[in-house]
Design a protein around this ligand. Structure first.
Ligand code: GLN
Length: 258
């Protein structure tokens, strides 16, 4: 009943957000991505409906945006069977243009495979034509990169897996400070249709709201035909405040040592 009251007057403005495996794949603040995304959806006058999906849960009837975080190698091993049981659904959603953001551990598993340092190969679901190989040296630290679609992207990386893009897979960005996908080229992340893979924690979206807005634009266009924000005065000031916070956070993060 309470829920119905909350929906009143918002007919046709619901956005279903799926947070993938938050119990096992959520480190270095990745849950901040969920908070930023749902807050911005709300500020634009849409109704965010969050589905936390863990292994064995029923799959939501409607999915507009998918968010996935990073995890230890052990967490990645834990979710692999369930991820493969959902692989066709995820690939189908990706093909239909559903916007997704997957960070680090799930980025690796959206590729073809992740072979850990101890030689265990976790098969991926192949949304990206990319492979990841565990190496002794962890790539850790603040990172800044340039992308054609989002300008400078700022975050924090911590991974032992090095990812190599294959075929025509496009990177998300070119690293200007830090390591990124691997130690051999200066690429970071991957793009396929509206799916973004990246190594950046931090959390990513609070410091890079343009990426959050990209996900929201694509989702509303896909579900309702267009992005049509309805922003009250309060929501407008909230968005302005969020932008101020994010600009200060970007400034501080850029100035921090690697
Ligand atoms: N376990 C993976 C690695 O170390 C992913 C780590 C992460 O998600 N930060 O490469």
């Amino acid at each position: 009943m309470t829920q119905q009251t909350a929906h009143e007057g918002r007919e046709g403005r619901r956005i279903d957000v799926v947070s993938l495996y938050p119990n096992d794949m959520n480190i270095y603040g990745d849950s901040g991505n969920v908070l930023t995304l749902t807050k911005r959806i709300e500020c634009y006058g849409y109704e965010p409906v969050l589905h936390s999906y863990n292994q064995g849960d029923p799959w939501p009837d409607n999915v507009d945006i998918i968010l996935g975080g990073g995890g230890q190698d052990s967490g990645q091993k834990k979710i692999q069977d369930d991820l493969h049981a959902r692989a066709d659904t995820l690939r189908d959603l990706a093909d239909r243009g559903t916007p997704m953001l997957v960070v680090c551990g799930l980025y690796q598993l959206f590729g073809k495979y992740f072979e850990t340092l101890d030689g265990y190969r976790i098969p991926g679901i192949g949304i990206f034509d990319a492979i990841t190989v565990g190496r002794k040296q962890r790539l850790i630290g603040n990172i800044v990169e340039d992308s054609s679609d989002f300008g400078a992207i700022i975050g924090y990386e911590n991974h032992s897996g090095q990812t190599f893009l294959r075929g025509g897979t496009q990177p998300l960005a070119e690293v200007s400070r830090g390591e990124g996908n691997n130690l051999d080229d200066s690429t970071e992340g991957a793009r396929m249709n509206n799916v973004i893979g990246t190594y950046l924690h931090g959390s990513l979206l609070p410091k890079n709201p343009d990426i959050a807005d990209f996900l929201i634009h694509r989702a509303t266009e896909l579900r309702y035909g267009a992005f049509e924000p309805v922003v009250t005065k309060e929501q407008g000031s909230e968005l302005a405040m969020l932008d101020r916070f994010s600009n200060s956070a970007r400034k501080v993060a850029r100035a921090r040592p690697r």
